[in-house]
Design a protein around this ligand. Structure first.
Ligand code: FES
Length: 355
């Protein structure tokens, strides 16, 4: 089942930098159909540490054509999961993981000839690497330009793999490192990828080119700089795709109170063909919290409106989201919500995780 966790084994661990590693998973053949994925999608892991359940999502850095499941994990100060993963995950260790999901994805078409520009910062390279490999391998006429921001060369994840890609696709893959704390002797490639740097990079490397798609993954500031820069250049917003790693959102509590228009709601929840009924009241912050209180085993990871693991469709009734960094406008139009952000605005609601 797509919404459930499956226990799989770690098949290899490879150090990438002094604070990151690539972890490979062995997906048993009985569940391999559930684990089919598109470049750019992510896996959600679950562990129990000191009596607490921890869930974290990590983008796959492998490409679908490679037939492998690999994620890149970077150590985060005080990061419970990343410290556990880098210190304790070894070959043969079992771990719970949910099948791949996510709206940030690239569906290759061997017939097209595209010019795709990618931006990544730090561990944001993981889905971007998968997308780059997929385009270069599956679209023989397309070309890729990647701008990759880091503090310096020692922090570059997948440095060797990127160099190898450059060698393999000399005429179709351009790679520009941008270092914030280290000079490469080229002033335009020094600094953070922000509005000012984008102007310089664009003038140096992209002027007079027709760009078909832009994919960006990293912190919020970089994402919004890239998005507004290319919108100003005339690229339609549906050709600018982004995956946010950290929302930085801090206004949820007030927003929660503002959106709450009713005191109770009768909820019917469909998941894996089961129907669960419960009443949500003012003490429940959102639909996920209410569903968990009612004992439903619902899918979620970030609980911050970023990842879309908790996506469900409203079949009847209405709800509003506090924030939405993950769903496309068309999905919202079709009735999908992030249940970790959704508060019903009708007295009765039916939602399905199976749609
Ligand atoms: S759990 Fe990540 S968006 Fe809801």
């Amino acid at each position: 089942m797509r919404n459930k966790f499956h226990t799989v084994q770690i098949s290899s661990v490879r150090s990438l930098t002094d604070d990151s590693a690539e972890i490979s998973l062995q997906i048993p053949s009985e569940i391999s159909a559930l684990f089919k994925f598109y470049a750019g999608q992510y896996l959600t892991f679950r562990v129990h540490l000191n009596g607490e359940e921890i869930r974290r999502s990590y983008s796959l850095c492998s490409a679908p054509f490679e037939g492998a499941y690999r994620v890149g994990i970077k150590r985060v100060d005080q990061g419970v999961f990343s410290n556990f993963a880098l210190d304790q995950l070894k070959v043969g260790v079992p771990i719970e993981v949910m099948p791949p999901t996510g709206n940030f994805k690239y569906q290759p078409n061997p017939e097209v000839k595209k010019n795709v520009v990618l931006f990544a910062a730090g561990s944001g390279i993981t889905p971007i690497l998968s997308i780059a490999k997929t385009i270069l391998h599956d679209e023989p006429n397309s070309s890729v330009t990647l701008f990759f921001g880091n503090k310096g060369f020692s922090k570059v994840m997948f440095a060797e793999e990127l160099e190898q890609l450059k060698n393999n696709y000399l005429t179709r893959f351009r790679l520009y490192h941008v270092f914030s704390q280290e000079s490469q002797g080229i002033p335009i490639q020094k600094g953070r990828i922000n509005q000012e740097r984008l102007i310089a990079l664009y003038q140096a490397f992209l002027t007079h080119e027709t760009i078909d798609d832009v994919y960006v993954c990293g912190p919020e500031e970089m994402i919004y700089s890239v998005k507004s820069f290319f919108e100003e250049k005339g690229l339609p917003s549906n050709q600018i795709h982004f995956e946010l790693f950290h929302s930085g959102n801090s206004t949820k509590t007030n927003a929660s109170e503002e959106k709450r228009k009713i005191s109770t709601c009768d909820v019917e929840l469909i998941i894996d063909d089961d129907l669960i009924s419960f009443q949500m009241d003012e003490s429940d912050k959102n639909l996920i919290v209410a569903a968990q209180r009612a004992g439903a085993d619902v899918p979620f990871a970030c609980k911050g409106g970023v990842c879309c693991t908790c996506k469900a469709k409203i079949l009847e009734g209405e709800a509003e989201m506090l924030v939405n960094y993950a769903l496309e406008p068309e999905e919202v139009e079709m009735g999908y919500v992030l249940t970790c952000q959704a508060i019903p605005t009708s007295n009765r609601i039916i939602i399905s995780f199976d749609e």
